[in-house]
Design a protein around this ligand. Structure first.
Ligand code: CP
Ligand code: NVA
Length: 317
């Protein structure tokens, strides 16, 4: 099993409730968090449960949704958010994630990290005595998936047994979709160029957990009859060299979500994209702004779903 698949959850003394990978948590725990997020959205979380709590939000990479939804969500729950760029921290000039974790654990009540290297969040979590939340790594984006499941279920009811199609890069968000398929019981069809397929070890893990994962290189085959079509940028934050960009644009052009592709999906299929979108690349304006798109509900649901994650991680519900 690869380092990226190794869980740090569990172990000797009582572990903080880290939210690192969906695969680390069982289906009932994830469902509970999602229910809490739905309650928060409905205004059914009374009082200010995070009063007196501080959450450090550390960004090694840019962010709009993750930064603002966490900061606003923490404030709405009565807590304080401390937004930190690693460039402004000693972490950015060589202090180890382990020492950063030890120090922040003396000040704050939880840490959220966005990083380009999953090894850093694993080291942070191994040494933190407070919960660590994954705000995106090069191999995963579990907060996004909590919002995506919430969004699907708001629009189309329970996701278990439904068919979701991914077309594009087998990137960090795709890899969290694979983990979500195992935990939430939907069929996931992924169409990617062979060069950009998700890791075989992750597929093997998901299938061993009972997930229905179908891999293809044909976006039409993936989308056929699906209730949800999902895509993401062709160039993620961790692959931004010029050569990488050029290769990816060439490889991924046939995987664009456009009207012609969407016609192959179920007539009531919804379209999701975690955003930011590169309009005219992985998704057309017509689809993004069309009647089947739920991308802005999905963005909103980051706020609500993460409240569920925070309440669970801090043991407040
Ligand atoms: N979807 C998402 O995580 O967006 P940001 O990069 O803006 O946080
Ligand atoms: N796959 C994208 C997701 C951005 C939220 C990236 O990593 O850049």
């Amino acid at each position: 099993m690869s380092a990226a698949l190794k869980s740090v959850a569990g172990g000797g003394s009582p572990s903080p409730r880290h939210f690192l990978e969906l695969m680390d948590l069982d289906a009932a725990t994830l469902r509970r968090m999602l229910d809490l997020g739905v309650q928060a959205k409905r205004g059914q979380v009374p009082g200010k449960p995070l009063a007196g709590k501080s959450v450090a939000l550390i960004f090694e990479k840019p962010s709009t949704r993750t930064r603002v939804s966490f900061e606003v969500g923490i404030r709405q729950l009565g807590g304080d958010a401390i937004v930190l760029s690693s460039k402004d921290m000693q972490l950015g000039r060589g202090e180890t994630p382990a020492d950063t974790a030890r120090v922040l654990s003396r000040y704050a009540d939880a840490i959220m990290l966005r990083t380009d290297n999953v090894a850093k969040i694993r080291e942070l979590a191994e040494h933190a005595t407070i919960p660590v939340i994954n705000g995106l790594t090069d191999v995963s984006h579990p907060c996004q998936l909590m919002a995506d499941i919430m969004t699907f279920e708001e629009h189309r009811g329970p996701i278990a047994g439904q068919v979701v199609a991914w077309t594009g890069d087998g990137n960090n968000v795709a890899q969290s979709f694979i983990q979500a398929a195992a935990r939430f019981g939907f069929t996931l069809r992924l169409a990617t160029p062979p060069e950009l397929a998700p890791p075989g070890a992750l597929i093997a893990w998901a299938r061993a957990e009972g997930a229905k994962i179908e891999l293809t290189t044909d976006p039409h085959a993936a989308v056929a009859g699906a209730r949800c079509v999902v895509t993401d940028t062709w160039v993620s934050m961790s692959d931004e060299t010029a050569q990488e960009k050029l290769n990816r644009h060439n490889l991924l052009a046939p995987y664009q979500v456009n009207d012609a592709l969407l016609k192959h999906a179920a007539p009531d299929a919804i379209v999701m994209h975690c955003l930011p979108a590169h309009r005219g690349e992985e998704i057309t304006d017509a689809v993004m702004d069309g009647p089947q798109s739920v991308v802005f509900d999905e963005a909103e649901n980051r706020l609500h779903a993460q409240k569920g994650v925070l309440l669970w991680a801090l043991g407040l519900a």
